[in-house]
Design a protein around this ligand. Sequence first.
Ligand SMILES: NC(=O)c1ccc[n+]([C@@H]2O[C@H](COP(=O)([O-])OP(=O)(O)OC[C@H]3O[C@@H](n4cnc5c(N)ncnc54)[C@H](O)[C@@H]3O)[C@@H](O)[C@H]2O)c1
Length: 340
Amino acid sequence: MSEGALRVGLVGYGVIGIYHLDLWSKVTGAEVVAVCDVVPERAQEAAAKFGSEAYYDYGDMLARAKLDAVDICTPSGMHAEQGILAAERGLHVLTEKPMDIDLAKADRLIESTERAKVKLACIFQYRVGPEARLAKQLIDDGKLGRLLSCSAYVKWWRDQSYYDSGAWRGTWALDGGVLSNQAVHSVDQLCYFCGPVKEAEYAYVTTTARKIEAEDFAIAVLAFENGAKGVVEATTCAYPGVTTRTEIIGEKGSASLEGPTVTSFKVLGEEIDIASETAKVDGRADARDIGLTGHAFQLQDFVDAIREDRRPFVTGRDARLAVDALTKIYRKAGAPRLGT
Ligand SMILES: NC(=O)c1ccc[n+]([C@@H]2O[C@H](COP(=O)([O-])OP(=O)(O)OC[C@H]3O[C@@H](n4cnc5c(N)ncnc54)[C@H](O)[C@@H]3O)[C@@H](O)[C@H]2O)c1
């Protein structure tokens, strides 16, 4: 362990936890000293690979491991509760997306971290590419003029074996459906570029093809607080997985993104060229097909934010916007309440 390194405890060594642990080994100024998973073999495998301690119970890890921060990679409906327990011990908190599926719990997590004066950050890799950040700056500077519409189309492919690979997947208690698991990246993107969602004017969610509790198909019409409107269309039943699109239309121009990547940014009468062909990976066909540059950026940013005592790139309050938007969509659609 290098002197002065931030001591991280990672909880949840599944699909995304495996990627996180690999990425942590490349982060400057931090080290994963403990890994916890309720499946002992997973925790042991991680511990053996990276020389960290293995824990099988999260409370036990918090009580016994010497930590400065936790990285939460467990099922979505556990994030807030696990984050609160960490904050109560004075630990900084990084969660995978979504910050939680239950808005009230997400709020309690934000309050706990603010009370404990620790950092709270959430992975939302669609925000963090350099072109997306530049597009955000240009939109905030008014280059597109007044925003008229912000829409996202998320037509992914997840077959039944994906849902069967984890008992939590597709459940109302711990996951939700395509909106809160897959489309949440794009909903977050809409909130990033366009601001908070005021209300869902129309919402329809249904379970068409998969044997899961929550929805595998959704359509919503959104009204943003800034007056713009938008559509979200999402499914996990679109074989073989169609490229994710986000479209932002303003009075003076428009921007398009494919997954995390800006593919067009056009302003009437001006030459602005920030489109990129890189980093188009968006998981549309395979849950393991995850572009990791955004994650790498956010893990380093989390550590630097702690060291420099500044806000992380995606704070808890930023990440709350997507949970709030999804809550409004699910309520409008009359879906069962997310969370316990
Ligand atoms: N940002 C991204 O691109 C991305 C990609 C995939 C998953 N995710 C998010 O990561 C989270 C996990 O998803 P996943 O696909 O890795 O799930 P997964 O089921 O593959 O992994 C979850 C792991 O958590 C462990 N676990 C469950 N309950 C636990 C507990 N109480 N204490 C300790 N360990 C526990 C499980 O045994 C499992 O190993 C979800 O919130 C998901 O939305 C994000």
